[in-house]
Each structure stands twice: as structure tokens, then as C-alpha cells.
Design a protein. Structure first.
Length: 604
């Protein structure tokens, strides 16, 4: 008995367990040595009130209720409660007790054991706090975090994963994770999951395409890691980051890099290319003038002129796209512009097309650059013509909506296949035979330059609608027409390319001008003083000194002498300097009628 009692005492000390017995009739609690000190019962016998004195005030009522139930009904007692220790700290007890006796032959007793579970409770509280912090961390994470079982089904996911895939977590629990991916990405994901479940080390982040509820796709970088328990794989955790914006930015940067390369190429080639075209143009016209009755010459010069014009159009499109001019935005009444452009659209499309204008808001005015607006509309009209090879209808609609002026260009053509819609504004991309892939990209760029945008709606076989959106303005400035000055007759040409200069000299002489030709910029001021011209046609790119510097020197001595810049140059800085000086300019190659028309607008 003594040995057994010793063993029991050691076991109780080790397990922090003490026993007690309460006689409700005598109201005496007898405690084992393990509990005597804690409950301030040095002689081992105290009243129940004294026994409950160390219990935390918030727990006393529930303890008393269970004791009363055990006494009255014989209900077993099983409760955890807190003790308030003298040093201000808390201890936790787990108490189990039962009623014994209570009949005529045996007095009623409540016999129980109390175990100190403070360490366990503190550990559980710490675990709960850790889990709460973990849940907050996971829920607030910007990355999508998904728990996956061995069958590839979702078992848990955070808020970021819900937002990325769409739908609530209730809808996703139990679904295969590959349901969120495109078919191509799903196949790659299955292979990666199988490899990780087979014990392979996780790969670096891989890219996947996630299907969004709105039909779009998002690009994510994801990595999977195995969760191990007992030395085996128990599941997988997937961490994914939405990199759609970054990929789009990289794509834009790559496109800008390509455009910059295109601009450099255009800068280096355009000047010489335009000069070559310009040297051809006047001599073709001279042949036609000298031999007007020769049908072979007429045919040849017509083809030469058409080829030069086509070359000029291509050169100008490349330059407009690679080195766009700064827009001059001003209030413009779009209904008046649409009525005016209708005539141009009819000329572009031809007699097989019916062109109409639908004005929803005649007072709608937008901040726009008229030249850029014409460029947008022209390129869209040309695209419509190609979409309707046998003719059709083309409508220009004007309306206002939420602070924007919307211009709709609707054709009855063949429409655009869905797989091509995302590429039609891509530079150099074309499906047309003989196309250069710059028309719609230039239109898009011109719209953006005016703080606008272009979107397209198209149904294959039913036509397309391009909608140009521009910022609306409330009022328009008054305008007044300028009266062209009288045409000056004496012209000094400063041109280093002999073939270009000589061709211009002969043609202007044929038109009745008195022309002087020089090939060096430093000769310009002395030639002006000797020749006394009414106008100077000045090349921007000269071999000895730039045309810009020549212009500045002319202004020092002859501040009112009209000057027109003639250039085939694509250098953005040079063109900006021309614009800054507000000097009329003409881009090579040009026809003599264009030059004479510009000369007629310049006054001394």
C-alpha cells in the first residue's frame, strides 16, 4: 500500500494531477498534497467556498453550477477553468469529478481530480494566435495562395486567389485547380503537379494563363511546393502572382523599342530616299512638258509620277509613325468637320460607295488637331474601302457621351475575324496584298496624340465600326479667313542636290519665275544681297552649314524676307526647330503645283 501510494504520488506530480473529495453535507473538501498548497488547504480540509476562492471570478458561476448538478442529478463534471494566483498570473485546471454514494448505506461524496493544464493552454493560445496571424497574413497577401490535395483539387484559397480566378472560395473548394487555367496552361500545370507529387524539387516560377470571368485572360507566375507529413507528400501549396500589367508593360516597352528602331531607320533613310524621289519628279514633268504629243512619253511620265507619289506616301507614313508631330489641339465643331470630311471620303471611296453623315449632337465640340483628325479618318476610310471591294455603305456618326465626343465610322464590309482584332493596330502587321501595315497604327497613334482612343466592333460578314473618342470642350473660338498675299516672282533656291535644284529651277522658270540656284548655305546671304529675291526656298540639310543656321543668319540681315524650308529630312530635332521658328515648310518629294500653292500664301 505504501509503495503504491508512493507510485501514485509520483505519477500525480509528474502529470500535475491532484485528487480531492467533497462532502456536501458537512461542506468539507479534502485535497491531496498536490493541491493543498495551491488551494490554501495546509491541513487538507477546507470548505467549498474556500476551495473556490482562487477560481477566476468569471469562472466561479460555471464551476458552482456543475457542482450543484453533480450533487442533485449525479451529472459527471468535466470543466476547464482559471485560477487567479497570488502573483497576478493565471493557471488553468482541468477538473473531472463524479458523485459517489448518496444512498441510505453510503454517504454522498463528490470525488474528482484536478490537472494543471497551464502549459497546454498557453501553448494552445499561442497556437491560436499564430494561426490567426497566419490567416491574416495569408488573407492580406497580394499573391494568390491555394492549397491543393493529392488529386489536384482546391482545399483552401485566400482572397487574392478569389479575385484572380473569380467566384467565391465556396465555389472553388473541391474543384480541380486546372479549371482556372486555359487548356494550354492546364496541361503544363498537370505535368508540374505530377512532378512535385512524385518527389521532384519545385521548379522556378512558371507562367500560366488564367481564365477570367469576363472572358479575358490574366498572366500569372506560379510556383508549387509539396507539403510533407510523416515523410510523405500530403498536399501542395501553390503561390501565384498576377503579372498581367508587367507583361503588358514589357510588351509596350518592346513595341516602343521596335518603333525607336524604326524611327532610327527612317531618319537615316528618308532624307536620301526623298531626295532621290525629288530629283525624279521635276524631270518627269519636264519630259511631259517638252514632248506633250508623244504618247510613249506621256505613258512613261505618268507611271514615273505615280511611282514617285506612291513612294512619297510610304515615306510620309513611315515618318508620321516613327516621328509623330506635336499636335496643335484646339476646339473643333465635329459636326462641321464630319460634313467637310464626307466629300473627301466620297473621293477616296469612289462612285460605288454611298457615304452618309449622321449627327446625333450638332453642338458637340472636341479638343482636336484637324490635320491629325483628318489623318485618322482617312486611314479608317481607306481600310473600309479595302473591306468593301464591290462597294457598299460608309457612315460617319457624331455623338456626345459622358464628356467625350464619339465619332463612329461604320462600313458594310466583310468584317474582321475575331482572331485578328487584337492585332489590327500592331505596326507593320497586315493581311492585305500590297499593304504596309501602317494605316491603322498611324490612326491609333494620331488618336492618342489628341488624348483620344480608338476601339473597334466588328462581326465577320456584317461590317465594322471604328469609334474615335475625343475629349469634349464647351466652346469654340472664333475664326477668320486669311487673304492670300500676291505671289512673289523672284526666287532664290538653296539646294545642295544638283538634280533636285536644277529640276526646280527649270520648272519655276517655266512658270514665269526668275530663279537663282546656289548649293552652299554660306553663299545664301551674299546671294540675297546680290539677287534681291522675293522668296528663299531653303533646304534644311546642307553640306557646309545647316539650313536652320542659314535661316537665322538671313533673319539678322533681312528680317522680313519670306523663307520656305524644303526638306526630305526625318530628324526630329531639326523638324522641331523648324516648327519652333514657325517657318513654312514643304516635305520632299513634292510637285511643282504644291510648291507654288505654298509660295502664294507667304508674304513679305
Amino acid at each position: 500500500m505504501h509503495r503504491r501510494e508512493k507510485q501514485l504520488s509520483f505519477a500525480q506530480q509528474l502529470a500535475k494531477i491532484g485528487s480531492w473529495e467533497w462532502d456536501p453535507e458537512a461542506d468539507v473538501v479534502v485535497a491531496s498534497p498536490e493541491l493543498q498548497e495551491r488551494f490554501n488547504a495546509p491541513d487538507g480540509a477546507i470548505t467549498m467556498d474556500a476551495w473556490l476562492e482562487p477560481v477566476h471570478p468569471e469562472d466561479v458561476e460555471s464551476v458552482r453550477a456543475m457542482l450543484d448538478a453533480a450533487v442533485k442529478d449525479g451529472a459527471p463534471m468535466d470543466i476547464r477553468y482559471r485560477l487567479q494566483l497570488t502573483e497576478g498570473t493565471l493557471a488553468y485546471l482541468h477538473v473531472r469529478a463524479e458523485r459517489l454514494g448518496g444512498g441510505e448505506s453510503e454517504p454522498l461524496r463528490i470525488v474528482g481530480v484536478s490537472q494543471d493544464v497551464t502549459d497546454q493552454m498557453l501553448a494552445e493560445n499561442a497556437l491560436r494566435e499564430s494561426e490567426a496571424r497566419y490567416r491574416i497574413l495569408v488573407e492580406q497577401a497580394k499573391d494568390a495562395i491555394v492549397s491543393i490535395d493529392l488529386e489536384g483539387r482546391v482545399t483552401a484559397l485566400n482572397r487574392a486567389a478569389e479575385e484572380l480566378a473569380g467566384g467565391s472560395r465556396v465555389e472553388w473548394i473541391g474543384r480541380p485547380i486546372v479549371d482556372a487555367l486555359t487548356p494550354e496552361s492546364a496541361q503544363v500545370a498537370l505535368e508540374q503537379l505530377a512532378a512535385v507529387l512524385g518527389g521532384a524539387d519545385p521548379d522556378d516560377y512558371r507562367e500560366y494563363e488564367v481564365c477570367r470571368p469576363d472572358g479575358r485572360t490574366a498572366t500569372v507566375e506560379a510556383q508549387v511546393r509539396a507539403v510533407r507529413a510523416g515523410g510523405r507528400v500530403a498536399g501542395i501549396v501553390l503561390v501565384a502572382r498576377d503579372v498581367t500589367a508587367r507583361k503588358e508593360a514589357e510588351a509596350r516597352a518592346e513595341q516602343e523599342k521596335r518603333l525607336a528602331s524604326l524611327g532610327q531607320l527612317a531618319t537615316s533613310v528618308a532624307h536620301e530616299f526623298n531626295n532621290v524621289l525629288m530629283s525624279i519628279m521635276p524631270f518627269a514633268e519636264l519630259m511631259q512638258r517638252r514632248l506633250p504629243d508623244n504618247p510613249h512619253v506621256a505613258t512613261a511620265t505618268r507611271h514615273i509620277t505615280d511611282a514617285v507619289r506612291r513612294g512619297r506616301e510610304i515615306s510620309q507614313e513611315i515618318l508620321r509613325f516613327a516621328r509623330p508631330a506635336n499636335p496643335e489641339l484646339a476646339p473643333l465643331l465635329i459636326s462641321e468637320w464630319a460634313d467637310a470630311f464626307r466629300l473627301k471620303a466620297e473621293a477616296i471611296l469612289g462612285p460605288s460607295f454611298e457615304v452618309s453623315v449622321a449627327i446625333g449632337d450638332p453642338e458637340a465640340a472636341a479638343a482636336a488637331d484637324r490635320a491629325l483628325l483628318d489623318q485618322v479618318a482617312t486611314n479608317i476610310t481607306l481600310n473600309a474601302r479595302d473591306a468593301m471591294p464591290r462597294g457598299g455603305t460608309f457612315e460617319i456618326g457624331v455623338r456626345a457621351e459622358e464628356g467625350r465626343v464619339l465619332v463612329d465610322f461604320t462600313d458594310s464590309g466583310c468584317g474582321i475575324p475575331p482572331e485578328l482584332l487584337d492585332r489590327i493596330f500592331e505596326p507593320l502587321y497586315t493581311t492585305k496584298h500590297g499593304g504596309n501595315g501602317l494605316g491603322l497604327p498611324i490612326a491609333h497613334q494620331a488618336a492618342v496624340q489628341q488624348n483620344g482612343s480608338i476601339r473597334v466592333h466588328s462581326v465577320a460578314g456584317e461590317g465594322s465600326t471604328f469609334t474615335l473618342s475625343l475629349p469634349e470642350v464647351p466652346s469654340l473660338p472664333s475664326s477668320s479667313a486669311a487673304v492670300p498675299p500676291s505671289l512673289r516672282r523672284r526666287v532664290l533656291i538653296v539646294e545642295d542636290d544638283e538634280s533636285v535644284g536644277e529640276g526646280l529651277r527649270i520648272l519655276l522658270a517655266d512658270e514665269g519665275f526668275d530663279v537663282e540656284l546656289i548649293g552652299r548655305g554660306l553663299e545664301a546671304v551674299p546671294a540675297i544681297e546680290a539677287f534681291q529675291p522675293d522668296l528663299v526656298l531653303l533646304d534644311v540639310n546642307l553640306p557646309d552649314v545647316s539650313g536652320i543656321e542659314v535661316y537665322d543668319r538671313i533673319r539678322i540681315r533681312h528680317d522680313s524676307l519670306p523663307v520656305i524650308f524644303s526638306t526630305g529630312h526625318a530628324d526630329a530635332r531639326a523638324l522641331a526647330e523648324v516648327r519652333d521658328r514657325k517657318v513654312p515648310s514643304i516635305m520632299k518629294p513634292y510637285e511643282i503645283e504644291e510648291l507654288i500653292s505654298l509660295m502664294s500664301t507667304v508674304s513679305r
